[in-house]
Design a protein around this ligand. Structure first.
Ligand code: ZN
Length: 511
């Protein structure tokens, strides 16, 4: 036997060992996902504490595997440049992803991380209390401590350029302050200006359409009716109810999405469901050969959000979408919609209204809510902003961009759970999702010139197939930066979202 084949077979053995370990961690993840889904949907209240404990145990086991000595040694061997050359593309991507997680976890001293986990859970409780009592000062010192921990983590992780880059990297690998700043600046300037024109327009959409009650049972029926039409089929997916909607995937054949129904807000369930279908189809469309590997998920938070927002906004809020579905909706709600034309309806679902709360914001002002958070986070980690000043800075920025003033902390700086959980660097993903989505829209319209005709005639399978082939199938094989260039031919930029918003609202508001 030549030495070359000797080497190959020993590498082969390491690869098999790595794959087995990778798969084991994925299986833990599947079960953890299932318990998580259960706790947020149907689990009886009384059993939840015990389930949480079981979840904690499994989660610790899974974490231990991912930072184990065995994993460390395998990653060491398989990241060797000479050996990398011999690995296939999929194994290489799996090694890259596992190594990233391994290195990041290993960089933080175990004791410091333990201390932080205890602090973070207390901080979330204090945030809840502060929110209830409408008083930021009750949360301030906990948040200051969270920021101190995060600043230490940043030093351990290491970074180039802005310190905040170290945090951004866990949600949107490869994107940095240096890249995001000019994109967000262009989007912010054009959005603020467009918003001012919209507010002055004499052609405001009707608001009364949605200021009525819509029977919840009928809302459920309508949602179940549109799911298969949007290619979300019961053989691989299910829809349940929850308080804060989410999508969860156990494997490519088991996708679970959730929604919530509000009697006085029919839009919430319809567009919330379409949004989660977008997330669900992404996970369902990943190449089934990646099952049991770390790359069997969407490639980043931002790219995931692009899939949900593409379906919710670019498809679901188009007038063509309602050309196809409006008669059906009217037949479910004949009383509420009897004097509402298709045009009235299509414009009303695209109403723009500056508001205080991010999660209720429309497609245009949503990004401005994100800018407020992004700029604050950046300022915190560069040392330019202090936690104690957050309520004031929040208010100033909101007035600047949206022209609204929060009457209190609960509707202002305390509204989001993210900071209480130490999730700094997460917020930009939402706007990145909108940016990716608009850039993809530009490409899909070129490759499927009958894009809007397909929507109008309910041929969603063609659109879904395009997304599957171009985005979904790859999972984490490519980084988001590589993927967007591969599909659209250029790096992420603001142009397409800026143009899309201008075109859309010029029509809705007759600007
Ligand atoms: Zn989402």
């Amino acid at each position: 036997m030549s030495s070359e084949t000797m080497l190959d077979s020993s590498i082969q053995q390491k690869v098999e060992q790595f794959k087995a370990l990778d798969e084991k961690i994925c299986h833990f993840g599947n079960i953890l996902g299932l318990i998580g889904w259960d706790q947020r949907t149907g689990a009886p209240k009384k059993g939840r504490a015990l389930s949480s404990k079981a979840r904690g145990t499994l989660s610790a086991e899974s974490f231990q595997l991912s930072v184990s000595e065995e994993m460390g040694q395998l990653l060491d061997t398989l990241s060797d440049p000479a050996i990398q050359e011999q690995l296939d593309e999929v194994t290489k991507a799996c090694v890259r992803e596992r190594k990233k997680g391994y290195d990041r976890s290993k960089k933080i001293p175990a004791n410091l991380f333990k201390e932080y986990v205890v602090h973070a859970s207390n901080a979330t409780n204090l945030w809840e209390e502060a929110r209830e009592k409408n008083d930021f000062s009750l949360f301030q010192s906990a948040l200051e401590k969270t920021v101190e921990y995060q600043k230490q983590f940043i030093e351990y992780y290491g970074y180039e350029g802005h310190p905040y880059n170290a945090l951004l990297d866990s949600y949107e690998p490869g994107l940095t302050v240096e890249k995001i700043d000019p994109i967000f600046a262009a989007l912010r300037a054009s959005s603020v200006e467009l918003l001012q024109r919209i507010m002055k327009s004499e052609h405001q959409p009707r608001k009364d359409i949605f200021e009525q009650d819509y029977d919840i049972e009928l809302q459920k029926k309508f949602n179940r009716y549109i799911l298969p039409k949007l290619e979300f089929h019961s053989e691989f997916g299910r829809l349940d109810e929850t308080v804060h909607p989410f999508a969860s995937s156990l494997n490519t054949g088991d996708i679970r999405i959730t929604t919530r129904y509000l009697q006085d807000n029919v839009r919430s369930a319809i567009f919330g469901t379409i949004h989660e279908v977008g997330h669900g189809l992404y996970e369902q469309g990943v190449n089934p050969d990646y099952e049991g590997t770390v790359i069997r998920r969407g490639t980043s938070m931002g790219m995931h959000e692009s899939q949900s927002r593409f379906l919710e906004n670019m498809v679901g809020r188009s007038s063509e979408f309602w050309t196809y579905f409006y008669n059906d909706l009217q037949s479910y709600f004949p009383e509420q919609l009897k004097d509402v034309s298709l045009d009235d309806f299509s414009r009303a679902i695209n109403l723009v209204e500056p508001s205080l709360v991010r999660v209720e914001a429309d497609e245009l002002t949503y990004n401005l809510h994100i800018m407020v958070r992004y700029e604050i986070e950046k300022g915190i980690f560069s040392g330019e902003i202090e936690v104690k000043d957050l309520p004031r800075i929040w208010q100033e920025k909101l007035e600047d961009y949206l022209g609204v003033t929060p009457p209190n902390d609960t509707l202002g700086v305390l509204q989001d759970v993210h900071w209480s959980q130490g999730s700094f660097g997460y917020f930009p993903s939402y706007s990145l999702g909108n940016l990716y989505a608009a850039q993809l829209l530009n490409t899909i319209k070129k490759e499927l010139p009958n894009f809007y005709q397909l929507i109008e005639t309910g041929q969603f399978s063609v659109i879904r197939e395009w997304l599957r082939v171009n985005i979904h199938q790859y999972g984490k094989l490519y980084t988001p930066g590589e993927l967007i260039v591969k599909v659209t031919g250029e790096e992420l930029n603001a142009k397409y979202l800026v143009d899309y918003l201008e075109e859309k609202y010029s029509k809705v508001y007759q600007l």
